[in-house]
Design a protein around this ligand. Structure first.
Ligand code: PLP
Length: 458
């Protein structure tokens, strides 16, 4: 492909993308394929001779699209959102063209410089404490990682390193091998699986702290565990608190946890992968109070801030994490933040968050008005946890019908032993009419489910 053909094909591709997104509602949100579907559709080996672009693009609808879960369909309500916007997509195209690596300042000055400034813009949007802002002289600041999982791992490794140095400073004879088995990290029993994975990779023990009625960790239980562990000779060194837990969007009480961590000289990391974006709205910012006690804070603009995957930002108050990432190479990910911030403005981004929260509240009202159903956790942001009253079997069957229908897509979680459906407002284009339609669909299936259950019982 030469430059002339690239020009032509590029324009066609933009048309294809725009049409795909404009008509996405017409596609079943969830694919109707079985594992291994793709192998039979393509050759077993790469072609020896170059193929035509026409042949490749034809196969997008034949081979690729049948296996796509359409995350940007307004009928997609599963997991948490993954962000998407036209400015971010355009910036990613340009990033592809620039295509350089940014592993040091000298390797690509703009990659380092724009990233530092964009993370300052973002930090100021979130009203982060001054020590998280790089400014012109700052020690602290933010860097972009690929995912929250990587950010958490980085924080565990940094905290582990710091803890070992501290123990050795007061006990010079102790080796790392002697100290490591005594280190203990903590997180909520509701934390994302990536947090436990970080401790496994980091080779440190991690304990799960039980949560309160709102699925949040408070200071009382945490302190009790610390006292017991210290009495047993362990060294508590790290806490990963969550703001916006994956199952129910619960918020750990960081104003209680932070001072405990500071007093015990423990590293507090905050995982706000989903909810973090909402803190650009003054009405949600109080949920971030306590961040001043944290050593590191992470959230994913690629979840809720209209910036396509991947873009996970981690802030730290010293330069400790600035050079921390597993890969050597660095993509120019701040470019899409620059496009998004400028083309939406803070007000546009706030409007997006507020609209999605309002849609979640609208869905919550529909559920509350139907006495067959119950709400299972407080609705604070764009996630509604609900179920059918009665046995778990009823809701499990309902979800089976929903998944089979492929009209809407959602996934379950377990809360206090109950099987619960998570309804997350995901796509940028989701509107009230989609929410109303989704609820009509769920309640229709509920009737089918009741009939099936009756047949089973008789
Ligand atoms: N933390 C929380 C609270 C999450 O909800 C998720 C994913 O949904 C993650 C971490 C993992 O995010 P990532 O895919 O960026 O690693």
């Amino acid at each position: 492909m030469d430059a002339a053909e690239f020009r032509r094909r590029g324009k066609e591709m933009v048309d294809y993308m725009a049409n795909y997104l404009a008509n996405i509602e017409q596609r079943p949100v969830y694919p109707d394929v079985k594992p291994g579907y793709l192998r039979s559709l393509i050759p077993t080996e790469a072609p020896l001779e170059p193929e035509n672009y026409e042949d490749v693009i034809k196969d997008v609808e034949r081979v690729i699209m049948p296996g796509v879960t359409h995350w940007h369909s307004p009928y997609f309500y599963a997991y948490f959102p993954t962000a998407s916007s036209y400015p971010a997509m355009l910036a990613d195209m340009l990033c592809g063209a620039i295509g350089g690596m940014g592993f040091t300042w000298a390797s690509n000055p703009v990659i380092t410089e724009l990233e530092i400034v964009m993370l300052d813009w973002l930090g100021k949007m979130l009203k982060l404490p001054e020590h998280f802002i790089a400014g012109t002289h700052g020690q602290g600041g933010g860097v972009i990682q690929s995912t929250a999982s990587e950010a958490t791992l980085m924080s565990v490794l940094a905290a582990r390193c710091k803890a070992i140095q501290q123990v050795q400073a007061s006990n010079p004879g102790q080796s790392e091998a002697e100290i490591l088995p005594k280190l203990v990290a903590y997180t909520s029993e509701q934390a994302h699986s990536s947090v436990e994975r970080a401790s496994l990779i980091g080779g440190v023990l991690m304990k799960k702290v039980p949560t309160d009625d709102n699925y949040a960790v408070g200071g009382g239980m945490f302190k009790k565990m610390l006292e017991e562990d210290k009495a047993a000779g362990l060294i508590p060194f790290y806490l990963c608190a969550t703001l916006g837990t994956t199952p129910s969007c619960g918020f750990d009480h960081i104003t209680e946890l932070g001072p405990i961590c500071n007093k015990e000289n423990m590293w507090m990391h905050i995982d706000a992968a989903y909810a973090g974006s909402a803190f650009i709205c003054p009405e949600f910012r109080p949920l971030l109070n306590g961040v001043e006690f944290a050593d590191s804070f992470n959230f994913n603009p690629h979840k809720w801030l209209l910036t396509n995957f991947d873009c996970s930002t981690i802030y730290n108050h010293s330069s400790l994490l600035q050079n921390w990432q597993i890969p050597h190479g660095r993509r120019f990910r701040s470019l899409k933040l620059w496009f998004v911030f400028r083309m939406y403005g803070i007000q546009g981004l706030q409007a997006h968050i507020r609209k999605q929260v309002a849609l979640a509240k609208e869905f919550e009202s529909l559920v509350r008005a139907d006495k067959r159903f119950e709400i299972c956790a407080e609705v604070i942001m764009g996630l509604v946890c609900f179920r059918l009253k009665g046995s778990n079997q009823l809701t499990e069957l309902l979800l089976k019908r929903i998944t089979e229908s492929r009209e809407i897509h959602l996934v379950p979680c377990h809360l206090s032993g109950r099987f619960v459906l998570r309804f997350a407002i995901c796509a940028r284009t989701t509107d009230s009419r989609h929410i109303q339609q989704a609820w009509r669909h769920i309640t229709q299936l509920e009737r089918v489910k009741a009939e099936i259950l009756r047949l089973h019982l008789h």
